[in-house]
Ligand binder design. Structure first.
Ligand code: HEM
Length: 154
């Protein structure tokens, strides 16, 4: 179980970079689409890759949260005490719920873009994906932030 936990944590740590890079790419394509007022299949692919990477990270996060992480399983059993401890509250509530909000924003963004008029697709993509990306970056446990985790895990 311990080996599975550290392997999954390592996967989650590396997937963070994949999701952030795909998010930056999707935002850059949305900016280009806003300027040209044309939404191309390549822009749509960038958006799709961002949501696929994010979905994968979400599943790995859920596995950690409900099954493997001793921190969150303990916090879930003693939610009262966890809410009073900053680090436990971060892992049990703040990190997962903010990421869930970002995930919903990314998916809603794709639907809104699909339904928007051609000239507005780029702007809609930019708004939704940029906010989702900011939430992701803001709630990732960087070194010296509440979660205190390494930039690279081996
Ligand atoms: C709703 C989705 C998510 C859930 C439920 C979730 C849950 C978790 C949990 C339970 C941990 C491990 C706590 C521990 O036992 O040490 C963790 C760590 C972490 N999460 Fe998430 N997470 C989610 C989404 C994300 C996203 C989208 C990112 C960034 C793109 C991210 C980045 C990280 C990082 C960098 C760590 C620390 C990894 C390490 O220790 O090296 N998480 N997450």
């Amino acid at each position: 179980m311990q080996r599975m936990y550290s392997a999954t944590l390592t996967l989650h740590s590396w997937l963070r970079w994949v999701v952030i890079l795909l998010g930056i790419f999707a935002v850059m394509r949305a900016i280009a689409a806003t300027r040209s007022r044309r939404w191309t299949p390549a822009d749509d692919r960038a958006a799709m890759l961002f949501t696929i990477g994010f979905d994968l990270q979400f599943l790995v996060g859920l596995l950690l949260y409900f099954v493997l992480s001793p921190i969150t399983t303990m916090a879930l059993q003693h939610m009262d005490a966890a809410m009073r401890t900053a680090t436990l509250r971060y892992w049990a509530v703040e990190h997962p719920s903010a990421m869930l909000v970002a995930l919903v924003l990314a998916h809603v963004g794709r639907v809104v873009v699909r339904r928007a008029a051609e000239a507005k697709k780029g702007r809609m993509a930019l708004i939704f994906f940029a906010i989702a990306l900011l939430v992701i970056i803001g709630m990732t446990p960087w070194p010296n932030m509440p979660g205190q985790r390494p930039l690279l895990r081996f």
